[in-house]
Design a binder for this molecule. Sequence first.
Ligand SMILES: [Zn+2]
Length: 497
Amino acid sequence: MKISQAVHDFVQLAIKMETFALMDRVYLENRVLALIGEDSMQKISQTSSKDSLEILDILVDTARKNKKFETITQQEIFEAQLMDLLTPVPSQVNQTFHELAKEDSKQATNYFHNLGKQTNYIQTRAVKKNIHYLHETKYGEIEITINLSKPEKDPREIAKAKLIKENDYPICQLCMENEGYLGRMNHPDRSNHRIIRLNLNNEQWGFQYSPYAYFNEHSIILNTKHIPMKIDERTFRNLFAFVEQFPHYTVGSNADLPIVGGSILTHDHYQSGNHEFPMAKATIRKVIHLSDFPQIHAGILNWPMSVLRLQSEKKEDLVKASLFVLSKWKNYSDERVQIVAKTNDGIEHHTITPIVRRRNHLYEIDLVLRDNNVSDEHPDGIFHPHKEVQHIKQENIGLIEVMGLAILPPRLKTELREVENYLLENENTISPIHLSWAQEIKEKNEITSQNVRSIVEKNVGEKFLQVLSHAGVFKDTNEGHLSFERFIYFLNEANIK
Ligand SMILES: [Zn+2]
């Protein structure tokens, strides 16, 4: 009875969502029965008030009993296949989205975001597992997240994954070919995945939400071709075109060089969302004047990384000014502060992480100056988290972290509990990588079982602030401010002569 009720509820929901019509009821009930491994259906007179995820749980339990899957990966593939039956086909989702967008793009993103949550494509329950808190700094509050949302794979599955044959379809996780893809041991399940087709400057792009959102309405805008990341005029134009269509979203691109870029450099994409990042709230430390662009408001941001903020009513002015700053930065060296645009091997080291948003009637772009050079002292990157902070964060500082939202690795959840035990002088297995940091915390604080968690969180926050300052090319010191001003002088030099 319980199973038939869940099948009935699932089908009623699919009809209510207009994924299927009333006439499809019997057909769809039979499709669901087949998937979960049941062979009969009782008559159900009433629809229950369960939501889609509660219904999913009952159906998944049944399928498990019927041995429809065994491993975690197989279960994920199964769940996506089931929820695919609840999700309208791509053409239908696109039609609804674009009809709503004609009225108000916020309604369109609300529709698409809610659809993702309802069909379990956006893994809201997994995202809730993340640890998240705010940390007060002299730049304002920053956000710290320990990412626990991605399910940990069974080690036996990981071992098996190494043995399976090479398969480059889809080429990567951002390719259009993921839409509806079943998934396999080393590629995520995407049966219930839908991509919105967007027009940005007369090119077609894909728009999708991130299944494991790092912030509200975390979304990805992807090139419909599998081509590498590239920061150029087209990037700036596309980012502005995006916020013109979606003024309630912030959008940015990861840099296009290793060390300072994100984890995927091989597929051109941007990231967006409906979230006010700590960097958006940062103030201007110094107003500057760009002599080639007198109509633009410009300033150096009060932020641990090196950021120029440009504002104008006209996006075209900002595209040109951004391109100007990028081309100047690509040729700028200041060896007093270890900034080298090109090394003797002919390799370029400079690029920008751009972030675009609307601010009332203005367009605004933050240009974060990046340098991926290495040295003997800092073989992982001169402007990358240094050795002394790598016990907390050693991964690249990408777009999201640049904006003041730390995404820290899952290992920290257990490691930091052991740091707490060490601080409380309980029995512990503190990792040697955290030991000297923990000793320092112990010396500086009166630690009790009541305050230990908040003291550790505060110190993690301070470490992340250090991480950001390592990634900054001009430091927030007197010397750093002077070197930043030399760069501004360089921007205006042609006009001074
Ligand atoms: Zn790709």
